[in-house]
Ligand binder design. Structure first.
Ligand code: SF4
Length: 580
């Protein structure tokens, strides 16, 4: 990964590709690289959909190697949803493919001067950019089918659906999985709208002829990756829980803990929880034939394999196994206890290119406003279809919960920095509340997953209902996460890393033997801190103050049943998170 591909979409005479050495960005990958480029090259006060913004797509430091779990890809820009810096990452095949072709990043710059939409082809021979009128407004599924006909089935695709073309702030960037389906999304923050503003519908990658990236120390790398795999396999979460039921195993756990946001964050338990739990989902998937419950990796080299396939009642493929966050967002949060309806909503989101968390939270707000009734699954499906069609109502919903709340006059809107909260109520899981409030990304569970020590008993124990210790917990997790997001590793490796020092060491040994380095645990933490610092600095220059590091007021005023608690972490504790 010694080169960067820059495509100036606004160049005279049409888009122009330039390949340059990686230069000052050498050694960085994933989130560290996207956030470095955005913070150094994007004016913080620019319009997110304007020519000065850049969309940076970067494989992780270990992507394209044989290291297990290393296929996450980061997508960064100034976010049209939050107005701050954004990194959203996804699984799928493109990260490994781009890395093997030698690209540390693909950067889309400028803005087309005309209303033409383009397709980019990257392979061993170079880069081709061509107008692609025939792809306009295709859903991601039809788009990939068409690209397969044109380019064969050995490709990987990074694409946007109609939501990205319409530049909606909930639009995602889709990546194809091992079955060449567009099911893996860099969902958060409207990164798809920025790709749409650059006039790029799809990036097609063909790594035929590209070789696996070679480590500097082959023997050391072999030993380190072996220890890495052993560590992941022996931890109960990555070795048993996730492979058996997928992420939706959390539905019963979080509901039991009273932290499952229900009816737009009204209650902490959902009466219909068992109808949509991971256990029920696995049973249903097994009954319908196919591959059954969680048996899939989303990219080559995944050994946790938390994913699966969801078939409809007639045994036809509908979507990938919906994740816990999606099942919650379109399920309990909207009072919907029907897995088929939730799977249909997941399929529609993936096809239109929408963040499932943002869409579920938005429909919850719309339901609170009376646009539809809680529990009405057909109404939720119809609302998402409005988004796909781009009707006036659809364009409101497609711009997320904050916009929808404003338009319909709703006070209880669960967002931070304009981005919807995910599937853990911050009153019953106070550590995740600190992460929601303070992450430079806006409300984002993956930025510092305090559910570990608050609920799961991983990486220590901190009482989820009390404010004590939460700022420190979130700080440490945000630092570790920023570093993990830079390696290209799926975040689900963190469970084993937190509980097993030898597994953390195995990751360090993997990086060190690959790059010929001698990084220590402190160096790894320093990487995370430097990423967070650059992101925080960008946000300050974009106009963010401590006021944006707060939860909406109703979380401090309304008690959440069944524990009847409010969010109690003091503002000064929130302000201490980045003082290390
Ligand atoms: S554990 Fe799940 S999300 Fe992570 S890489 Fe594997 S399939 Fe993808």
């Amino acid at each position: 990964m010694d080169k960067i591909l820059r495509i100036d979409m606004g160049a005279e005479g049409g888009p122009k590709a330039t390949v340059t050495p990686v230069g000052n960005y050498a050694g960085l990958g994933g989130r560290a690289l996207t956030s470095a480029v955005v913070s150094r090259e994007v004016p913080p006060l620019c319009h997110p959909l304007g020519e000065e913004n850049k969309l940076v797509i970067a494989p992780g430091m270990l992507s394209g190697t044989t290291a297990a779990m290393s296929g996450r890809i980061s997508v960064g820009c100034k976010s049209p949803l939050t107005g701050g810096i954004k990194e959203a990452n996804a699984g799928g095949q493109p990260s490994q493919m781009l890395a093997r072709l030698g690209y540390a990043a693909v950067i889309l710059e400028g803005k087309p001067k005309d209303d033409v939409i383009y397709k980019v082809l990257i392979n061993n021979e170079g880069v081709k950019i061509a107008p692609a009128k025939d792809l306009r407004m295709l859903g991601n599924y039809d788009l990939v089918e068409k690209l397969k006909k044109d380019h064969g089935d050995k490709i990987g695709v990074i694409s946007i659906g109609p939501a990205g073309e319409m530049k909606m702030a909930a639009a995602s960037v889709a990546c194809t999985d091992m079955e060449l389906r567009p099911t893996r999304h860099a969902g958060r923050g409207g990164v798809g709208a920025v790709m749409g503003s650059k006039g790029v519908k799809a990036i097609v990658i063909d790594d035929t002829g590209a070789k696996m990236r070679p480590p500097k120390d082959s023997e050391g790398f072999k030993n380190a990756t072996k220890a890495w795999v052993e560590g992941l396999r022996k931890h109960p979460v990555s070795g048993q829980g996730l492979p058996a039921y997928g992420t939706n195993v959390l539905t019963n756990v979080i509901n039991e803990a009273g932290g499952y946001p229900t009816h737009n964050f009204m209650w902490g338990r959902f009466a219909g929880c068992t109808t949509i739990s991971g256990e029920t989902q696995a049973e249903l998937e097994n009954k319908r034939g196919g591959e059954g419950s969680a048996t899939h990796g989303c990219h080559r080299g995944c050994i946790i394999r938390c994913s699966g396939t969801f078939y409809d009642k007639d045994g036809h493929y509908m979507t990938k196994q919906p994740e816990y966050e999606t099942v919650w967002a379109h399920g309990g949060n909207c009072g919907i206890g029907d897995l088929d309806a939730i799977a249909m909503l997941d399929r529609l989101d993936d096809d239109f290119g929408l963040d499932t968390i943002e869409m579920g939270a938005t429909i919850g707000v719309a339901m609170e406003a009376g646009v539809a009734k809680f529990g009405d699954a057909q109404a939720a499906i119809d609302l998402v279809k409005e988004v796909g069609k781009g009707t006036p109502l659809g364009r409101i919903l497609g711009n997320g919960a904050a916009v929808t709340g404003k338009v319909f006059g709703v006070e209880r809107v669960p967002v931070v920095k304009g981005q919807s909260m995910p599937a853990y109520d911050p009153r019953a899981v106070q550590g995740i509340g600190v992460t929601y409030a303070t992450s430079p990304m806006g409300a984002d569970h993956t930025a510092g997953y305090a559910v570990t020590a608050n609920i799961l008993g991983v990486g220590g124990k901190v009482d989820p209902l009390k404010p004590q210790g939460q700022a420190e917990l979130s700080r440490n997790l945000q630092i570790a996460t920023a570093a993990i997001d830079s390696t290209g590793m799926c975040l689900f490796v963190a469970f084993a890393m937190l509980d097993q020092p030898e597994t953390f060491q195995a990751l360090l040994d993997t990086i060190n033997s690959f790059y010929g380095l001698k990084l220590t645990g402190d160096d790894f933490a320093a990487l995370g801190k430097s990423v967070l610092k650059s992101e925080r600095d960008f946000n300050v220059k974009a106009g963010f103050t401590a006021e944006q590091d707060r939860l909406p007021a109703f979380f401090k005023k309304e008690s959440l049943p069944p524990h009847n608690v409010v969010f109690e972490v003091a503002d000064q504790d929130l302000d201490s998170v980045f003082k290390w």
